[in-house]
Design a binder for this molecule. Structure first.
Ligand code: TEU
Length: 541
């Protein structure tokens, strides 16, 4: 039996928690989070009940894109600590049963990486072909123009002119993030060695940044215009990324990455992929050649209405290839937070959804407190994208604000003013205030994670939609007597749900409303913004 069809892989049972290291906890006293801060809060993460931590990049970087611009893939940035701090974090995380996933950023390096410095030094340098260099298009007056119309994800042309060598280089993000040439086998070999370096240390896997970007059209054809573009959108949407990303050859590259992972036992490969569902599914690959989990951002991108969310879940379940294991994400460091999108009361429904759907959940740090987007005063804006395209509606800083630990100064995050502001209500919205308090979102997350552990059906049971009525998304997990029903009221008013007969008189295992008691009735009265998990009568408790 190959790896793809083998039944149990740890990530099917476990929950991932994303930490944005700059914003988790600062122990060095510079206002920026660090590895020692993460280590200090391992007990919190155990108590919450998550299983695997994914850290956004912690490697040496000029921090133009806050670590997604790497200058040394094998060293820890001093801002976050030392390699000894990393080794200690890994050891202690493993010691308390937590796995550790790193962020692999193979699409581009920093322009300060020695590879790029060599590449840009001369056209004859052996590293020249490690990046994507093209001759200019010349105007009749001798002026130089980019070789095609590709746009940077952060706005403007994706081509940067290099006067010294008379060519353009390609950058899908900032000009200080030149794209590597993944058609060059030496680049592949070098990055696979980076993977081995961390896998040898014992990390449990990687989240691979913009994996669908690695291979570009070999003819560098222009992207077609996007007929639906409106000028208030980020400039990247002006064209359709038909030729600059998601090329067929990417799947061979991913298969090679999987071969590297196969040299080790039970390591996880996640791909960061923003693509429509039918394109996304190709990234599972065939027979274990794709990523284990192509990140599923459907819930981030959909309007928060019961009917639409239900459709999205059904479509996703139906689109999965045989053996493809699902995953769900509500927020990340690039997107408005879930509580900002749904409001605080519905954040509880979102939590119940995330932790009861079939598939590996990823929780974004701070979502368990319903931290919402924080308005960033203009003089404190950090996000290079927001600086480069000030017209864009969303500034990523708003979803990257510090974790709020307590009512101590600076919310216990730091002893000095943090790099980004806290929420206005931090004296109440923090871990110390919510821990163990009935009805708090943190208590709900903790209870949900405990229930996932104690009830295998919530982890691996089949998913089946139940028609329960307007504004309610309801589904079952499991089969026969071994099943549970989940009823989620997306409305801010009470609603009545029809409940399958088997659940009448069944136990309510969990409600988002701590005042709820008793057994399940026939037509089931759900409170405003209430979600419940119900066992069948006489069944599964
Ligand atoms: O993000 C890639 C990416 O595509 C997003 O920035 C996307 O453009 C945005 O969310 C709008 O949908 C990854 C990292 O997560 C991000 O932080 C980095 O800035 C980027 O890659 C470059 O490494």
């Amino acid at each position: 039996m190959n790896d793809f069809t083998r039944a149990a892989r740890w990530w099917r049972d476990e929950t991932i928690y994303q930490i944005y290291p700059r914003s988790f906890c600062d122990r060095s006293g510079d206002g920026v989070g660090d590895l020692a801060g993460i280590r200090a809060h391992l007990p919190y993460l155990r108590e919450l009940g998550v299983d695997a931590l994914w850290l956004s990049p912690i490697f040496v970087s000029p921090m133009r894109d806050f670590g997604y611009d790497i200058a040394d893939y094998r060293a820890i940035d001093p801002l976050f600590g030392t390699m000894a701090d990393f080794d200690r974090l890994l050891e202690e995380a493993h010691g308390c049963g937590l796995k550790l996933l790193l962020d692999l950023v193979p699409n581009h390096t920093s322009d300060q990486h020695p590879w790029f410095k060599a590449s840009r030094s001369s056209r004859d340098d052996p590293r020249r072909d490690w990046y994507i260099w093209k001759d200019p298009v010349r105007g009749s007056d001798g002026s130089h123009h980019p070789p095609n119309n590709w746009i940077s994800n952060f706005g403007g042309s994706a081509w940067e002119w290099d006067e010294a060598t008379g060519q353009y280089y390609y950058h899908a993000f900032l000009a200080s993030q030149p794209d590597l040439n993944w058609r060059n086998p030496d680049v592949r070999a070098a990055m696979f060695d980076v993977m081995r370096f961390w896998l040898d240390k014992g990390v449990d896997g990687f989240r691979v940044d913009v994996i669908w970007h690695l291979i570009k059209d070999d003819q560098f054809r222009d992207n077609p215009p996007n007929p639906a573009y409106s000028p208030d959108e980020p400039e990247i949407h002006r064209t359709l990324q038909v030729h600059s990303a998601d090329q067929p050859e990417i799947h061979r590259v991913i298969a090679q990455m999987r071969e590297v992972m196969h040299e080790y036992d039970e390591r996880l490969l996640i791909g960061e992929i923003y693509l429509p569902l039918e394109r996304l599914m190709h990234y599972y690959g065939e027979e274990g050649t794709g990523v284990h989990l192509p990140f599923n951002f459907q819930l981030i991108q959909c309007p928060w209405r019961a009917e639409r969310v239900a459709e999205i879940v059904d479509e996703y379940e139906a689109a999965l290839p045989p053996g493809g294991w699902p995953n769900w994400v509500l927020s990340n460091h690039d997107q408005p937070r879930i509580a900002a999108r749904t409001g605080e009361r519905q954040a509880a429904i979102a939590a119940m959804l995330l932790l009861t759907l079939r598939g590996t959940p990823t929780i974004y740090y701070g979502d368990e407190l319903a931290i919402a987007d924080v308005a960033i005063p203009p003089d404190r804006v950090q996000d290079p994208w927001a600086r480069q395209e000030p017209g864009t509606s969303f500034n990523r800083d708003r979803a990257r604000t510090p974790m709020q630990w307590s009512a101590e100064p600076h919310a216990g995050f730091s002893v000095v003013e943090p790099w980004l502001p806290l929420t206005d209500d931090w004296p109440d919205r923090n871990v110390a205030a919510q821990r163990g308090r009935p009805g708090s979102l943190l208590s709900l997350y903790t209870a949900l994670l405990r229930l996932r552990r104690s009830h295998a059906v919530l982890r691996t049971g089949a998913y089946r939609r139940i028609e329960a009525g307007e504004d309610i998304f309801a589904y079952e997990r499991g089969e026969g007597a071994d099943r549970l029903a989940i009823l989620l009221n997306f409305a801010a008013q009470p609603r009545t749900a029809s409940l399958p007969d088997a659940y009448r008189g069944g136990a309510i295992l969990l409600s988002s409303d701590p005042a709820r008691s008793g057994a399940a009735e026939g037509p089931f009265r759900l409170g405003a913004d209430e979600g419940v998990i119900v066992a069948p009568a006489g069944g599964n408790r």
